[in-house]
Write a protein that binds this ligand. Structure first.
Ligand code: DGP
Length: 121
C-alpha cells in the first residue's frame, strides 16, 4: 500500500488566501508577495506580509531566499508609508510555537496606529 504524504500547501490557510480559495482583504499583490488584513487585528493597522511561495517559517529560509526576505521587508516599509503608520510601526515574525506562530507559512505582522510597548509579551 502506498502511503500518501501530507501536503502542507493544500492544508495551508495562507496558500488558500493567495490562491483566492479563501477570502481576505488584500492591500498589495505582486509576483513574489501579497499583503492582506489580519482577521484578528491586534492594532488599528494590522497587515500580514506574506510570500506567495509556501515557506513554513523564517527558520526554513536558506541563502537562496535572501532576495525574497529583502523584498518582504522593503514591501513592509513601503506599505507602512502608504498606510500612514511610518512614524512608528512594528514588524514581527513569530517563529515556532514557542513564539506564538500559529500559521506555518512565513509571514510578517505589520502593526501600527497605536503606541507599542517594549518588551513584547
Ligand atoms: P501567527 O500567530 O504569527 O502565526 O499569526 C497568524 C495570524 O494570521 C494571526 O494574527 C491571525 C491571522 N489569520 C489566521 N487565519 C487567517 C485567515 O483566514 N485570514 C486572515 N486574514 N488572517 C488570518
Amino acid at each position: 500500500m502506498v502511503e500518501l504524504k501530507e501536503d502542507p500547501v493544500s492544508k495551508c490557510v495562507f496558500c488558500g488566501i493567495i490562491g483566492k480559495k479563501l477570502k481576505a482583504t488584500f492591500i498589495h499583490e505582486d509576483p513574489r508577495a501579497v499583503a492582506f488584513k489580519d482577521v484578528n487585528p491586534k492594532a488599528p493597522t494590522h497587515v500580514l506580509v506574506v510570500p506567495r511561495r509556501h515557506l513554513a517559517s523564517l527558520s526554513q529560509a536558506t541563502e537562496s531566499d535572501e532576495g525574497l526576505l529583502g523584498h518582504l521587508q522593503l514591501l513592509a516599509a513601503n506599505l507602512a508609508r502608504q498606510l500612514g503608520i511610518d512614524s512608528g510601526f512594528r514588524l514581527v515574525a513569530n517563529n515556532g510555537r514557542g513564539a506564538g506562530q500559529t500559521v506555518d507559512h512565513l509571514h510578517y505582522h505589520l502593526l501600527g496606529g497605536r503606541p507599542m510597548q517594549w518588551p513584547p509579551g
